[in-house]
Design a protein. Structure first.
Length: 337
């Protein structure tokens, strides 16, 4: 056994054996009565390029079928998260800087479906994983966080994030880093929460735009829900500064689920806050989408839970986002009216 040949994910030999082909996935979904789920599975778990073959992650597809045998309406999951530690992607995100070799611009391009060109060394060893940025790109490629979209030559590949699952994992890590960074800026966070409580929509909008400048922008390449989840995570991270507030996410109230419900404590306990978020298709739509968010709060009676619990004043916020811009509107309800 001392003479053997290594076939890597860039070799053409046996390239289809490293994952499931599109035909195999369609056959598996058909077997479990899930043929109508093909586009969802493709969006979440396809996108890998091994040699000359396009393949799906087999672990993901198998687990998706297992979860959907009993409940066909189950939401897709990030199964990748449970397969190993995320030290590699954590190290990758932690090395972002505004003027270094790994910039927010590069990360933003990857998350938004663009392709970047990087050198890949398939022989990198564990002890050298983090020794330089080239080794880090190689590790991300070899471990499946990135995949190839073509060989340039001289060891350089066009690299991209393969699918929505990996994109979600990266975005979750970005949001965690963002929360860590902004938590150190107590004055700005305090000003934001005070503006929320004071129904100062202009200040809330200005401070939100300032905060968004510190993180990446999720653009229009992907599903609307991805954008809304991203901005939802941003808001939860900022509002978390107020440890004395009870912040409820996607809370059932009235005739549906509000994005964010806030129950204040102490001296502010007579004020409840409802926030509905929208993602706009362009900058011109911000004002209308913001107004639609406010109207949705009214139409679906999202403030009912706060009324039932005795809050005397309820602030209703509609917030619309587009890239790193936003629009904020607020309406006030007195339960004594």
């Amino acid at each position: 056994m001392n003479n053997f040949t290594v076939y890597s994910i860039t070799d053409n030999e046996f390239d289809e054996t490293f994952g499931f082909t599109s035909e195999e996935v369609q056959e598996m979904l058909s077997y479990y009565g899930l043929s109508s789920h093909y586009e969802e599975v493709k969006e979440w778990y396809d996108g890998y390029r091994f040699g000359n073959a396009d393949v799906y992650c087999p672990w993901d597809v198998v687990n998706y079928c297992k979860d959907h045998r009993e409940n066909q309406n189950a939401a897709p999951k990030n199964y990748w998260m449970n397969t190993s530690g995320n030290d590699i992607i954590n190290h990758f995100i932690d090395n972002i800087s505004d003027n270094g070799m790994l910039t927010k611009d590069v990360l933003e391009r990857l998350v938004n479906g663009e392709v970047i060109t990087q050198r890949v060394d398939e022989m990198v060893t564990y002890k050298d994983l983090y020794s330089n940025i080239d080794n880090l790109w190689s590790t991300l490629f070899m471990t499946g966080y990135l995949t190839q979209r073509g060989y340039i030559g001289n060891g350089y590949y066009s690299l991209a994030v393969p699918n929505r699952e990996i994109r979600n994992i990266i975005i979750e890590r970005i949001l965690a880093l963002f929360r860590k960074e902004v938590s150190g800026n107590g004055e700005l966070l305090r000003s934001f929460c005070n503006a929320i409580l004071s129904a100062d929509a202009e200040a809330v909008e200005r401070l939100l735009i300032e905060y968004m400048g510190k993180t990446i922008s999720v653009r229009d390449n992907f599903a609307r829900s991805l954008h809304e989840n991203f901005y939802h995570g941003l808001m939860i991270g900022i509002l978390g500064f107020r440890r004395d507030w009870e912040i409820l996410s996607n809370r059932e109230s009235g005739d549906g689920f509000s994005d964010i419900l806030i129950k204040t404590k102490g001296q502010e306990s007579r004020v409840g806050i409802v926030i509905e978020l929208k993602y706009s298709k362009n900058e011109k739509s911000l004002d209308k989408d913001c107004q639609d968010a406010l109207q949705q709060i009214e139409d679906r009676n999202y403030g009912q839970e706060l009324c039932n619990q005795g809050y005397q004043k309820i602030l209703k916020y509609g917030i619309a986002f587009y890239h790193k811009k936003c629009c904020v509107k607020v309406a006030m309800q007195s339960t004594n009216d």
